[in-house]
Structure formats: structure tokens, C-alpha cells
Write a protein that binds this ligand. Sequence first.
Ligand code: CTP
Length: 408
Amino acid sequence: MPELQDKRILLGVTGGIAAYKAAELTRLLVTAGARVQVAMTVAATRFVAAKTFQALSGRPVAVDLWAEDSGHGMAHIQLARESDLVIIAPASADFMAKLAHGLADDMLSTLCLARSCPLWIAPAMNQQMWVHPATQRNALQLAEDGVTLLGPAAGEQACGEVGPGRMLAPEAICAAIVARFAASGAAQTVAHSSVPVLARQRVLITAGPTVEKLDPVRALTNLSSGKMGYAVAQAAIEAGALVTLISGPTCLTPPGAARFIAVESAAEMLQAVNRQVPTSDIFISVAAVADYRPLQMHINKLKKSEAALTLELVSTVDILTQVAHSSHPPFCAGFAAETERLAELGEAKRQRKRLPLLAVNSAQDALGSDYNELLLLDDDGSHPLPRADKLTLARQFIDHLARLYTGS
Ligand code: CTP
């Protein structure tokens, strides 16, 4: 059976150059078995004709709130009621602002307000518009209102600039929709109610490496790319969580809907985590935190000499252990890197750190790669997640965590 068989998806298209990618998204959703109803803003029809979407979806496109031929005259209510999911792709800065303020002055914005099913948006705009404080404020407001943000991605833009603001690829958006409908408990969630698995739960995530400075130009760090932690943040957002991401230095763009805190050293990460823990329901520690730091950070650059150099290192605080051992800990999960006897060493680590859930990965395979393979350890034993790209694994990890967290 096609993955989205019988799913009723309303695809909203707003005005932006990425509107052409929505045509491909329509095709992918239809191919996956979904019944796709397209609604466009007037601005979107200036980029791609409604006829294109009508041909691809096999249905008339809704544009005009005042159209005479829209059934019984309440088309926005009818379309909102008849959908299992509304996805706006691309979502322009203007449309995000409208949504964040509850404006309803055209067909698409009105049906977004009238719907009770989940609302997902895939922002697309010039990078300067995306990083503008107003857009960032709107993105966080939408996340708090339970809207799921997919992307944006970073890279070259149609305007010739480079940065965050590109719409996620249609394939990635379609895969996220398929994954959410497919996730066991979540299939029911998306199809039958408006409450996603981690709806409004405050999830704190650490990611990336830490950097421990020796002097102004030298540091001790590790090979973590941050990809797994960022993927976990994206998967948690897709599951409806309010995500705070604390990250060591990486080359990645944080998910748009996450509150982002950049740190460098293990001590800075500890401080940031301690500040956020009291207002977090769940703590997922994915960061590769340095276990040791130089005893001394030299103010001036160390000068070389003929003699061998011995560095004196001291232990850092184990952030996850400290949080999990506190008097009222949030639900804690860790990501362990092992190079041998994954299940045995992982379980000992889970017990030692007092974690309801620990994901173990093979350090050699996972570091820097786009792919991974996990062994989830919890009180019921071990649950292997076979090799897949990190976002797919992150979604499976979040589904597993949500089941443990909600006791379902
Ligand atoms: N962790 C942490 N703070 C540290 C070290 C690790 O919060 N100072 C967390 C990691 O984010 C991860 C978990 O602990 O979720 C396991 O990390 P890992 O490096 O596998 O284990 P360690 O406890 O450092 O033990 P070892 O390096 O000896 O395997």
C-alpha cells in the first residue's frame, strides 16, 4: 500500500520563488498515495499558475475566499475540516507573520486558522529576511503555538546570496510527512487528532563537540560534527516539542524553530544546561563533551622549544550524570559512543548515569558521517535501529523516547 494512502493533505503555497518546488512536492505526495488539495495565495499564483497544481493534484485549486463556485460558500471551513495535515511550502516571511498574529484575510490564512489538524510550514526566503528579528520572533511564536517548522536549509539562494532560508527539498518534506504518519503512535496522532507526540513538551538538547582552549590559538576538541544532535532537534520539533538546542561549534544551521545557544567549552555547556534544566521536561544529551580540559588556559600563545611538552589535564563535569542525579531531573536520555562491546558497555553506562534511555553508537562509524546505526537501551532491554541516515534514526529515536516518556 502506498505510504500516504487515504491521507488528506492540504498543501498551501505562498508567494516566493520556491513555489515551483511545491509542484514537485505535489507530485511526490500524490505518488505516495495522498489526496492532495492545493490552496494558494494570490502572490503564489504570480510565480506558478494554479493550473499547474490542478493538473498535478487532479483537483481545483483554492485561491479566492470569495469565489462563487466554492460549494456552499464556506470553502475555508470545509477544506480545513477535510484535512489530516496542512503543510505550507513554501511559507514566505509575510505568511509566517500572518500566521503568528492569527490574521485571516485570504483563503489560505483563513483555513489555517479554521483547521484543527496539525500545521507544518517549510519557510523559504532571502537569508537576511530569515535572520531578521521579526521573522525569528514569528518562527518561535509559531513553534510555541504548536506549528511544526521544517527547515529552512542553508545554501545558495535564488537571489545570489548564501545563507539560511532555502526551502527544504520536496523529497525531504515528503519524507518528513511519511515518517510522521508512519510512526506508530504518531500515525494515530496525526490522522485523528491535532496533538503530536511531544506536543508543547520543553526539550533541551546538547549537540556537537566542545572546544577546550590551551592558549588563544590552540585547543583540544573531538571529531563530532553535530549532525546527530541537530537531527534529534529537528525530529523533536516535528514531534511538536519546544526545542532548545545548546551546541558546541559546528558547520551546521540550527533548525529554525529551535531556541539556539552557542557554546564552546564543556564548562560553558554545563552553565547553559544548568540554566535551562529547571524549565525543561526532557533532556537529551547528544553532545560529545570533552572529558578533560587543560589545567591551565594560557593567556598568551605558547612558544615552542626543543623540549617535549607535557599537558596537564583535569576532568570536566559529566553534565548528563549531574542532571540525571539531581533531585527533580527531567526525563534524561544520552548518546554514548563506544568502540567495542556496545550493548555491555552501553548498559553499564546507562545504569551508572541513571538514564531511562541511552542510544549507543559505534564511535568509528558515526563520527562525521551522514549515516548511523543505533542500539537503544532502556529498562526493557535493547532495541537495534538499523543503519539509516541520521534524520531517519533521530525520528525513530524520538518516537521511542516519546513512548517511554508518555508511558504509551
Ligand atoms: N556526557 C556529558 N558530559 C560529559 C561527558 C559525557 O554530558 N562530560 C554525556 C554525553 O553527552 C553522552 C553521554 O554522556 O550523552 C555518554 O558520553 P560518552 O562520551 O559515551 O561517555 P563518557 O561518560 O564520557 O564515558 P567514556 O568516554 O569513558 O566512554
